[in-house]
Design a binder for this molecule. Structure first.
Ligand code: SAM
Length: 185
């Protein structure tokens, strides 16, 4: 199985079927970040059909570390299940079919990389939910923070109010990501 080819096909399928997968450029950028950070445990909040998750898994598999991924749409969950079996990455992933708002408080693990890619107006809520589950020094990435900034004003205000620093990276013509490094203390 050529997994990179499979990912290209999955991306094309997503474009034809209006699945809001991250862009190829974004996937490559995040994969490099996972490698350079020597990431050990990812929490992905909202995985859809697993295009992003499989990209992450290919990097994580090299070191046998793991991913916890959450999705609450039945269709997306079923498609994801098919895709991760095809891509042979299930062994390093725990996949919850659950509303992320309900499951995150029940998770008793800590993560060094959190990827938030869902309802933009919920971004602040998710940041607060995952904060104590992220290791000091860990990385939190939020997707689509430039073009949808108007939906995320409460997030930007909160970061300013709490003096939490962040970096905005324009990834491609479409949009960019926010990177927050959780302070060490
Ligand atoms: C932007 S897509 C994720 C795309 C994926 N990261 C990728 O790049 O392949 C957002 C997904 O979040 C799911 N979602 C939205 N709200 C959710 C919630 N509260 N809990 C779990 N999943 C949710 C939607 O069903 C949708 O599939």
């Amino acid at each position: 199985m050529d997994r990179e080819l499979f990912l290209r096909e999955l991306k094309t399928y997503g474009e034809k079927n209006d699945i809001p997968n991250i862009s190829h450029e974004n996937a490559q950028y995040l994969r490099e970040m996972l490698q350079s950070n020597n990431t050990q445990h990812i929490l992905e909040i909202w995985s859809a059909n697993w295009y992003s998750t499989i990209n992450f898994a290919i990097e994580m598999e090299r070191t046998w570390w793991k991913i916890t991924s959450i999705e609450f749409s039945q269709n997306a969950y079923e498609e994801a299940t098919e895709n991760y079996e095809t891509a042979w990455v299930a062994h390093i992933i725990t996949h919850y079919f659950w509303d992320a708002r309900d499951i995150i408080p029940l998770l008793d693990e800590t993560y060094d990389f959190v990827f938030i890619d869902g309802l933009k107006k919920e971004s602040l809520n998710f940041l607060k939910l995952i904060w104590d589950k992220t290791y000091p020094g860990g990385t939190i990435v939020i997707d689509d923070v430039i073009k949808f900034r108007y939906k995320m004003e409460s997030l930007y205000e909160y970061l300013k109010q709490e003096s939490i620093t962040y970096e905005l990276i324009q990834i491609d013509d479409d949009d960019g990501i926010m990177i927050i490094k959780k302070p060490m203390n």
